[in-house]
Structure formats: structure tokens, C-alpha cells
Design a protein around this ligand. Sequence first.
Ligand code: NAD
Length: 336
Amino acid sequence: MKVAVFSTKSYDQKFLETANIHYNHELVFFEPRLTYDTVALAAGFPAVCVFINDQLEDRTLQALASQGTKLIATRSAGFNHIDLNAAAHLGMTVVRVPAYSPYAVAEHTVGLILTLNRKIHRAYNRVRDGNFSLDGFMGFDLHGRTVGVVGTGKIGCIVAQILKGFGCELLAYDLYVNPHCEALGTTYVELSELFATSDIISLHCPLTPQTYHLINAEAIEHMKPGVMLINTSRGALVDTQAVIEGLKSRKIGYLGLDVYEQESELFFEDLSEEVIEDDIFERLLTFPNVLITGHQAFFTEDALKNIAETTLSNIKDFELGHPCPNEVSTKRIVAA
Ligand code: NAD
């Protein structure tokens, strides 16, 4: 099938081309993001392949449909960048990669927790500078600390499993109980109790209208003083301005982010020679107890291999008229 691949980085092209040996799609790679301004690039392509910072809102989907696109294949698990209702109205099919490596994201999450706690990122620079002072590097034992996991699907459950190995007490909040997570000894509680009793809170639920700004001023007010907050899920789960106030008041003791609400303007690009105009993001970077990575939690060889394989297989299913297990329907987003 003829596929326009947007937001292509060299690593995407490498893994997709390798996997395509088994699928024989006609892949055309475009570096730009898919937005209303770039939609003309997809003219004549029955399939477009996109990533999380492509913007598939109503007018872009309408333009795609009028140019002959019938399939949207996202190389991600999340699909909040696609207006599913608009896609359904236009008769377009949306497919995704529901699980490419939950281990990649879970392991990065634990990496953020360990790095923030033991200040490994700061120690790296200090030791290279010949400064062997330990001042400011005091951490705490993870053993015996209470971790609250919000969203115990594939990633949240693996985070719980890893932290169980550290000897943490596990609390969780989800709309549904995950029996695998419960079997680890995780106690499911109300969100308010999780906020009030966790030393570390880690977010692993999807971004939906219900979870938008789940972490806001009110939620922060109910947290333990000095709480560690980790978000490797989606930026808009967190009201960043409220979190900045929480850091300034010392209520939040540590903040680890792999995602940021306005990340589409920043992440995945080298802006080291540019003036960054996002004052909220720049304020976050001034805190010594904030660690931000640029949406790299998924970024392992294993994950990229699985993303490429599943994406091309999804497209093949559509091409052959086979039912695709990874199709996203508007019914599913209502259920999520
Ligand atoms: P999943 O679908 O397996 O699990 C999500 C869980 O969240 C489910 O158990 C669901 O019941 C729960 N949930 C839904 N609505 C909720 C709500 N209102 N409150 C509490 N829980 C709720 O998804 P997953 O594979 O574990 O991924 C979790 C999230 O991680 C994704 O939605 C995506 O946004 C994010 N993600 C980030 C990266 C990265 O590189 N940083 C990579 C992949 C996924």
C-alpha cells in the first residue's frame, strides 16, 4: 500500500524499512509533522502513518479524506492527537500500536524515580568537574516507601512489579482492577486516598476528558509534603502552572516528566541554538528538583522494532480487508 509517513526521524525510517521487507508497502517518508499546513503532502496516499505530535483535527482529516486517504496508522499507543469522531464521520479507519514495549516506558519511569531521588544527573556533572562533595545529594530508601500508581494497565502494572522488587508499598487507582497488579499485593484505593498517602505518585492512565489536568491545585493540596510526582504518560494529565506553584511552596519535593502539555512545540527537535519562548517550560527547568526528558520513555530498540512491525501489519490488514485487532473505534474512546 502507498503510505505517507509523517514526522519521520532517521531511526523511524531505519526500523520501518527493515520491517517492510516482509510487507512490501510503498513507504514515502516526510520529515514534517502532519498538520493542516502540510496535509497537501499526503495527496494521493490511501494511508498516512503518523506519530504523537501530528495534529489530526477535524479540518486536517477532512482535507485528507478529500485527497483520498482512508487509513490513519499511528505509530503510538495513545491516539489523543486524532479526532476519532471526525475520522468516523469521514469513514476513515484508525489503527494504532497498543503495546510495543510497556517495559521501555516502565523502566524509564523507574529511572526517573531513581535519578531524582539519588541526584545521579547532578552527581555525573559534579564528579566530572572534580567536585566530590556530597552536599545536596541526600536521598531516601525506596524500600518501605508508598508508591501510588494511577492507571494500572500494561505500563502501570510493570512499574508496580518493578517497585515491588524494591520493597515499596503499592497503592493504585484505576477504573478497573487489574488482577495481575492486585496479585502483586497492590491495594486499590480512591484517588483522594492515593494522593494523601503516597510518597511517590506515578501517572499511567491515558489522556481523556476525565483525566485532563488530573493533577491540579486541589489534588496537589491533598498530597504529602515533599511528594515525588512522575508523569511518563501524557502532558495534559498535569496542570503545569499548578505544579510550579507546588514546587515553589515545597509541597512537591521532586518532579519527573517525560511528557509536557505543550511538548509538540519543543520535543523531538534540536532547539539548542534557538530561543525557547515557552516561559512555563523554562521555569520548570530552573528547579533543582525537576528532571525532564523529551518523550523518550518509549525509545528502545525493542520498542521501535515492535512499532514498525505492528504498524506495517496493521496497514496490511487494512489493505487485504482483514479485521485488524488494533483498530481504534469511537466506541473504544468512549469506553476508555
Ligand atoms: P493501558 O491502556 O494498558 O492502561 C491504561 C490504564 O489506565 C487502564 O488500566 C485504564 O483502565 C486506566 N484508566 C483509564 N481511564 C482512567 C481514569 N480516568 N483514571 C484512572 N485510570 C484510568 O495503557 P498503557 O500501555 O499502560 O499506557 C499508559 C499511557 O502511557 C498511555 O495512555 C500513553 O499516554 C502513555 N505512553 C507514554 C509513552 C512515552 O514514551 N512516554 C509511551 C507509551 C505510552
